[in-house]
Design a protein around this ligand. Structure first.
Ligand SMILES: Cc1cc2nc3c(=O)[nH]c(=O)nc-3n(C[C@H](O)[C@H](O)[C@H](O)COP(=O)(O)OP(=O)(O)OC[C@H]3O[C@@H](n4cnc5c(N)ncnc54)[C@H](O)[C@@H]3O)c2cc1C
Length: 402
């Protein structure tokens, strides 16, 4: 089977994954003299930084999901195929997918990462990840269904377990979802479930490290912890989840928390693609690339975003953080270099410009670190709101340009 895409006179760039990196690359390459083929296992782009809002009922999925076919409507150099990429054959310059093979001149792997359960199959099958919009919807439904059950449960222990929520992982996703559920408890559950004593809904945040938001300054960590405690979130650290059996989450410190809802946001690993030699893989399964985002040992293949790890940047010896800005800036570098290639110009290396990091804690608090300045509270939250609204509007504006 072939993916049925006609060859034109233009060289073809196949992009695997229309996430933050792949979408930016597609926008940047259109009109650059290439035929662009975007392959994604979903037919819509999703905006991960606001997924926790979908999980906690603050936003509907349609607010952060954009159909690829609508985004690039009417562009004759653009093709979309909904398919799962399976493996690469660099000798034949072919990508093998669930709908057949696709030939490429240049291949860009931007398939992102998935939740890391650290090999614990039992935890994987019983806890709730939060990487995609559909997982966020499942999470939201699980919380609400457990509350419905709690309302009619007579046994007090069982009732308590149905109301408890445990978040495992004290990074940005863990902090944001714990804060959002705490707000949900105050603003929605107290009103919608008048027969339940919502003050008895306990939210736990279990973190393996000794401070939250380990990638940020310790002052931001302390501030985030204080804000979460203000929302009555029980922060338990340093201790890691060891198992979740018979509805009880166990931790390395001997804590046992009965909870029907356990959210697992304690790490990620890169999505796998076949045909890549072992020496091209770095820690967390990330594809090793040079400073130009070219995958080590695979000619004509680039990798960007969470799936990749750029070697040789002295400032980031362990690789760049798996963040939106890294993926989007790498996309711009690859697009720029592919344009240069057509003009016979030398490529330019990727240089990450850190525009800052932020995390929200509940409805109107956040912590932010921008240009060496650290701040928190309402001001940081307003800034967070502006940045994310701009990003979402940016997708819509770029789409209406075509
Ligand atoms: C809940 C959450 C909140 C986050 N919040 C922030 C934040 O506030 N700030 C920040 O900077 N970063 C944040 N991040 C991280 C950020 O979203 C990622 O770093 C960024 O999305 C990476 O972009 P990417 O293009 O590499 O991958 P992604 O955006 O994850 O896109 C990967 C794409 O590949 C597709 N795909 C996967 N496998 C296949 C396959 N085999 N075949 C075809 N398609 C495939 C997926 O459907 C998806 O469209 C957050 C992440 C999550 C999960």
């Amino acid at each position: 089977m072939r993916a049925n895409i006609e060859r034109t006179g233009k060289k073809r760039v196949v992009i695997v994954g229309g996430g933050l990196g792949g979408l930016e690359l597609t926008f940047s390459l259109l009109g650059a003299g290439y035929q662009v083929v975007l392959v994604d296992k979903n037919n819509y782009h999703q905006f991960p930084p606001l997924i926790y809002q979908v999980a906690s009922g603050g936003l509907e999925p349609s607010s952060i999901s954009f159909p690829f076919r609508r985004l690039f409507q009417g562009n004759k150099d653009f093709f979309f195929r909904m398919a799962e990429a399976e493996s690469v054959d660099t000798r034949e310059k072919i990508l093998r997918t669930s709908i057949g093979t696709i030939q490429y001149d240049y291949l860009v792997l931007a398939a992102g990462a998935k939740t890391n359960f650290f090999g614990n199959k039992h935890i994987e099958s019983t806890t709730l990840p939060m990487k995609t919009v559909s997982q966020a919807m499942h999470l939201r439904n699980t919380i609400l269904q457990n509350l419905e059950k709690a309302e009619v449960e007579d046994d007090p222990e069982r009732k308590q377990a149905l109301m408890n929520v445990v978040v495992v992982g004290g990074g940005a996703s863990g902090v944001e979802i714990a804060g959002a559920i705490a707000e949900m408890k105050i603003n929605i559950i107290a009103r919608d479930y008048p027969d339940l004593d919502s003050s008895q809904m306990h939210i736990y945040l279990v973190n393996a490290g000794d401070r939250l938001l380990a990638g940020m300054d310790p002052r931001s960590s302390a501030r985030a912890e204080r804000d979460l405690k203000r929302l009555h979130v029980h922060v338990r650290q340093p201790q890691f989840a060891t198992d979740y059996r018979d509805g009880v989450l166990e931790t390395s410190a001997g804590l046992r928390i009965p909870a029907a809802t356990v959210i697992w946001v304690s790490g990620i690993c890169a999505n796998h693609i076949g045909g890549v030699p072992a020496e091209s893989l770095g820690h967390g399964g990330r594809l090793l690339t040079d400073r130009f985002c070219r995958v080590k040992g695979l000619e004509g293949v680039y990798a960007i975003g969470d799936q990749s790890l750029v070697e040789g940047d002295g400032e980031y010896p362990l690789g760049h953080p798996q963040l939106a800005q890294v993926a989007m800036q790498q996309a711009k570098t690859v697009a720029d270099n592919l344009r240069r290639q057509l003009k016979g110009e030398a490529p330019k290396p990727f240089k990450y410009k850190n525009l800052g990091t932020m995390a929200t804690i509940g409805r109107n608090h956040a912590v932010a670190e921008i240009a060496g300045r650290k701040f928190g509270g309402f001001l940081a939250w307003v800034l967070w709101l502006v940045v994310h609204l701009r990003s979402i509007l940016g997708v819509k504006n770029k789409a209406s340009f075509f």
